[in-house]
Design a protein around this ligand. Structure first.
Ligand code: HEM
Length: 320
């Protein structure tokens, strides 16, 4: 396939996974995105107000939590001091016969509005013969697609996270929710750290080892665990619910209903997180699928990435 044919190929979840892997240099057997991470467990306790927003059993009852803190990008060896990549948190809330997976990251917006734009964004950053993306190609793409810089600008305007426990995370999409009275609306999920924001200066970051975030979690678990309040930011008529590259107007000032608190208290076997996916599509009744095209693509992309890392993982282990 020529370069031109590749650029013209229609975007689909398989091509997106391929492009994510290419940008990262194709490390085998690992996630296409958020490849570095730590598997942990804890518990969720609902707030008395959760039922105002949703009838979901996952958010209105106490649940067990399997979770994974992660660092963005497709490289498992990325340094925790890298200020250009995201921090992620995947949660699986499991209750009596119910399960919901909520995947959040430390930016309120995604870097592409459509699948075509996401594929083009990634392809513009594919490494060339020297192992680096062509800055001219990235610049040309960015000028023609300014909204694809919103996420990087958000991250760049904030200090480097000093702890997985000291950063706010967002679900990014607009999720349709329905409460027990049958009233439906859209919300955005925000996880607010109980410890408050913990940021590092550049000097502080320089002094830290590449895996300092795991050591930080270890210390916090010994001191009793780390907590997040799950907030539902309420929509207003006219909010752009299909565009994951923009925030809602006055989003930071929205009424935020506390759904409950997640407390993460210990590390788990990595296999508990690596052998399957945190599946954005698994949501118990009361929280629906966001209507934008990026969410729909995620449903397939995560399964494709899992199949690939399973294949490559077992190939890597097989004798030659
Ligand atoms: C828009 C908001 C998004 C958020 C908040 C988000 C968050 C995350 C998180 C936290 C992970 C790590 C999962 C884990 O811990 O196992 C992840 C993995 C991944 N994401 Fe996303 N993501 C988003 C959008 C997308 C989109 C649009 C695509 C592609 C169409 C995508 C493709 C992937 C893939 C392929 C993985 C690896 C899955 C695996 O191998 O388990 N993500 N994402």
């Amino acid at each position: 396939m020529t370069h031109k044919d590749q650029d013209d190929a229609k975007a689909d979840p398989a091509r997106i996974v391929e492009a994510l892997k290419t940008v990262a240099g194709d490390p085998p057997g690992v996630r296409a995105s958020f490849a570095k991470g730590w598997c942990v467990t804890g518990a969720y306790h609902p707030s008395p107000r959760a039922h105002e927003v949703t009838c979901s059993p996952s958010f209105t009852n106490a649940c067990e939590v399997l979770a994974r803190f992660s660092v963005g990008g497709g490289l498992p060896a990325v340094a925790d001091t890298n200020a250009l990549v995201l921090r992620g948190l995947s949660l699986r809330l499991t209750g009596d016969g119910s399960r919901s997976d909520l995947l959040v990251e430390n930016a309120p917006v995604h870097f592409a509005r459509t699948l075509d734009q996401m594929l083009a964004f990634l392809r513009a950053r594919a490494p060339g013969a020297d192992g680096k993306p062509d800055p001219e190609r990235v610049r040309t793409f960015s000028e023609a697609n300014p909204e694809t810089l919103n996420q990087a600008r958000y991250i760049a305007a904030r200090p480097l996270p000093g702890s997985f426990a000291g950063v706010a995370y967002w679900g990014v999409h607009a999720f349709p929710v329905t409460n027990a009275a049958g009233v439906s609306r859209f919300v955005k999920f925000k996880l607010a750290p109980v410890a408050g924001e913990i940021g590092l200066s550049e000097d502080e970051a320089r002094a830290l080892p590449p895996d300092f975030l795991r050591a930080d979690l270890e210390r916090r678990f010994q001191a009793g665990g780390v907590g997040f309040d799950i907030l539902a930011l309420l929509d207003r008529p006219g909010d752009p619910v299909l565009d994951v590259t923009t925030r809602w107007p006055d989003e930071d000032e929205r009424e935020a209903v506390p759904l409950g608190r997640v407390t993460i208290s210990q590390f788990a076997d990595q296999a508990a997180c690596d052998q399957a996916i945190f599946n954005p599509g698994v949501l118990a009744d009361g929280v629906g699928h966001p209507p934008d095209e990026m969410f729909a693509a995620r449903l397939e992309a995560y399964v494709i990435s899992l199949a690939r890392r399973r294949r490559e993982g077992s190939a890597a282990r097989a004798p030659d």
